[in-house]
Design a protein around this ligand. Structure first.
Ligand code: 3HC
Ligand code: NAI
Length: 704
């Protein structure tokens, strides 16, 4: 037997180890070798039972996703697992680390399961656009009941060992290094009790308490437009009606159907793109300097969130504010953020108290930052203020410390030049709320050294965030592109579309929010400030569309004042249309001599996406993003782009770049300046290439 699955006797029990680094994914070769191991066990007269475990830190990270979208190759996992389940000798899973997707399905087909308490056990297939296709939808409801199974299958969220034990998903929890011995004992016990029981042959599980349709409605509301979870419910419903053979066949049919969908391709693209974002050719192999102490300057919206993220990751934080009252307020905000984590079950109250007592210091003196390894500035968005802060950081920070700014738009090269150590200055652009949002743009300035870049990516990982490398420009990757497509919406409003039509068209694409809902959330004052800042640099041919400034002048700043494009009544989450907005826009059109016209939902969507894609192509040409897939990651993790559409670059490829180019050219007939075509887009179309071809050229295949 080759090295991917090994078979070794420990007394009368065979230990079968999956050894396929880095995550023991179940490739065709692993399936074939696992199948052979089961056959060998059946025939091995020296063995009475077996234990399956994983080499390294993971049990099994699921099916090998890089095989998705390619012709399926026998043996199929579902068949291998039926043979495993029917093996006359008991097989026990010793779950040493994450058991996800096909990994958990292997465990479900065994006759007993022992896990360490910290492991993640889950069926994340729906997040990849498929469903558990190796018996998960049939065996899990039989093992833990239909309601609990549906929760795990439709959310894709993993559970920990202790929860799994309570659910009946695990038989025992045992900590390392005793795990294998505990599994061996369980295998022996089951062998002594006679022929093992097959979970798949248990009685049909019951219907869910409130029926399948209530679960379908819940799923439709939580993931609008996404099909995989709905198909997964169909497969679980089959489990409540069909025996093992027919149920597995139905599951397989639904699985293969999903495999052919564009959503599956988009979601797999998203999976690999997120991992590829961490690949940094110039820092590869560099061991980042370790860090334990984080300094945060400014404890407002962002600073308090950044401090919370660092504390939650086990780091020590010193936060500096302008005066004691502001420092106390920041402490309270952080304390409240951590209380939220306690409420969500992510932290114990005891741990919160000890973090606040031992890991967090607030101060008004910069001297307190002298031992910090990484210092993150989050003060007001003003170059003068930032330069003053960096001069003080330069004076107190220890040699080798990383000095980071959370600026949204300002020139980090200029900030770096105001210090004596520009090689240590970098942008760390967090998104609000910083302790929740997964995106972190790592903005590498002209003189930032690879050592500090590597350290910034290590920090992103430690905080559980996805670090995406960006270059210096106005708005970096995300905000630069956002400002462009926001301008396209402003032009549409001036020409006749209502903000509400635009929000409806954008949410119909699957976005979490439309651009005007986002403006209300971020604050209309923020957009106003950005327009004021850019005014002096406006191109002579640039159209003005300043109607939102009228809202600002009325003091309608969005959610924070209860009124913006929408009105927010007490406790109203959604907001209702502000009837005073349209007359105000109408007056602006009149003053500009514009005769409004109708925009269909489709035209709004095409203009919105074309503006986004066109600017994204320029961001690539300018070297602000390293590869198209990084732009996708920015939009998926920071801007509410529907994950099942894969991000703007993947979306562009799936529409066909020639079609996007045609759109831009046709829109240029009414505004040639705004709709000038990005040369990269023209080049790709001329060469018959896609953005994904650029991804492949930049590193290895994304397999999407
Ligand atoms: N198949 C192929 N490659 C995989 C993989 C998989 N299932 N899971 C991870 N990888 C690759 C990653 O792309 C990455 O490659 P890179 O180093 O070249 O970038 C490498 O393994 C390491 O991955 P991570 O950086 O994610 O490693 P972590 O240690 O942070 O996390 C993990 C480990 C928790 C197992 C995580 O990798 C993970 O969540 N993997 C995916 C789990 C999953 O979704 N499984 C379901 C698959 S679908 C299925 O099983 C269908 C079945 O029902 C038939
Ligand atoms: P904020 O106004 O909520 O907080 C700024 C804090 O900095 C205030 O508490 C203020 O007292 C403090 N401060 C000002 N000067 C200081 C100094 N010299 N020393 C110590 N503390 C000082 O602002 P917010 O929203 O947190 O923004 C901070 C930075 O983060 C800005 O550069 C902003 O552009 C950026 N940012 C903001 C995002 C957001 O959504 N709010 C998102 C991403 C970045």
């Amino acid at each position: 037997m080759s090295a991917l699955v090994t078979y070794q006797l420990r007394g009368s029990i065979a230990v079968v180890t999956i050894d396929n680094p880095p995550v023991n994914a179940i490739s065709q070769k692993v399936r074939a070798e696992l199948d052979a191991a089961v056959t060998r066990l059946s025939e091995d007269t020296n063995a009475v039972a077996a234990v399956i475990t994983g080499a390294g830190k993971v049990f099994i990270g699921g099916a090998d996703i890089s095989e998705f979208g390619k012709p399926p190759q026998a043996p199929f996992l579902t068949e291998v697992l039926t043979r495993l389940e029917d093996c006359p000798k008991p097989i026990v899973a010793a779950i040493n680390g994450a058991a996800l997707g096909g990994g958990l399905e292997v465990a479900l087909a065994t006759h007993g399961r022992v896990a360490v308490s910290s492991v993640s056990l889950g069926l994340p297939e729906v997040t990849l656009g498929v469903l558990p296709g190796a018996g998960g939808t049939q065996r899990l409801p039989r093992l833990i009941g239909t309601d609990a199974a549906l929760d795990i299958i439709t959310t894709g969220k993993p559970v920990k060992g202790d929860t799994a034990l309570a659910l009946g998903l695990m038989d025992e929890v045992s900590e390392q290094p005793d795990l294998l011995d505990a599994a061996l004992r369980l295998a022996e016990k089951i062998a002594q009790a006679g022929a093992p029981q097959a979970t798949g042959l248990r009685a049909l599980p019951a219907q869910p308490a409130n029926g399948f349709d209530s679960i379908r409605s819940k799923v439709k509301a939580s993931a609008p437009g996404q099909v995989s979870a709905l198909k997964a419910i169909d497969a679980v419903e089959a489990a409540t009606k069909l025996g093992r053979t027919e149920g597995l066949a139905e599951e397989r049919r639904l699985f293969l159907e999903l495999m052919e969908t564009p959503q599956r391709a988009a979601l797999i693209h998203a999976f690999f793109s997120e991992r590829k974002a961490a690949h940094q050719p110039d820092v590869a192999g560099l061991m980042p300097e370790p860090f334990t102490e984080i300094g945060v300057v400014g404890g407002g919206t962002m600073g308090a969130g950044i401090a919370t993220a660092a504390l939650s990751a086990g780091l020590t934080v010193t936060l500096i504010e302008r005066d004691q009252a502001a420092a106390d307020k920041a402490f309270e905000t952080i304390s409240g953020n951590l209380a939220g984590a306690v409420k969500r079950g992510k932290l114990s109250e005891e741990a919160r108290q000890s973090i606040l007592a031992e890991k967090l210091t607030t101060s008004t003196s910069y001297d307190a930052l002298s031992t910090s390894d990484i210092l993150i500035e989050a003060v007001f968005e003003s170059m003068d203020v930032k330069k003053q802060v960096f001069a003080q950081l330069d004076a107190v920070a220890k040699p080798g410390a990383t000095l980071a700014t959370n600026t949204s738009y300002l020139d980090i090269n200029e900030i770096a030049a105001s210090t004596t150590r520009p090689q240590g200055v970098i942008g760390l652009h967090f998104f609000s709320p910083a302790h929740v949002m997964r995106l972190l743009e790592v903005v590498v300035a002209e003189k930032t050294s690879p050592a500090h870049t590597a350290r910034a990516f290590a920090l992103a990982k430690r905080l559980g965030k996805i670090g995406v490398r960006a270059g210096v420009c106005d708005g970096f990757i995300g905000n630069r592109i956002l400002s462009h497509y926001k301008t396209a919406t402003d032009h549409m409003v001036m020409d006749g579309a209502s903000p509400y039509d635009i929000d409806a068209a954008v949410t119909a694409l699957g976005f979490a929010m439309g651009p005007f809902q986002v403006s209300d959330l971020a604050g209309i004052d923020i957009g106003h400030a950005a327009r004021q800042r850019r005014k002096p640099f406006r191109h002579a041919l640039e159209r003005s569309a300043d109607y939102a400034d009228r809202l600002f002048e009325n003091g309608w700043l969005g959610r924070k004042t209860g009124r913006g494009f929408y009105i927010y009544d007490t406790n109203s989450q959604k907001g209702r249309i502000n009837p005073d907005v349209l007359p105000l826009i109408e007056a602006e059109r009149k003053a500009a001599g514009i005769k409004p016209r109708h925009f269909s939902m489709e035209e709004i969507q095409r203009r919105y996406m074309a503006a986004m894609i066109n600017e994204a192509a320029r961001v690539l040409t300018d070297g602000i993003a390293q590869r198209p897939s990084d732009i996708d990651v920015v939009f998926l993790s920071g801007y509410g782009f529907p994950r099942w559409r894969g991000g703007p670059m993947h979306f562009a490829d799936s529409q066909g770049l020639a079609k996007v180019l045609d759109d831009i050219r046709s829109f240029a007939s009414d505004d040639a300046h705004f709709w000038s075509v990005a040369p990269l887009l023209e080049e790709l179309v001329a060469n018959g290439q896609t953005f994904n071809d650029l991804n492949k050229a930049s590193t290895k295949d994304t397999n999407s």
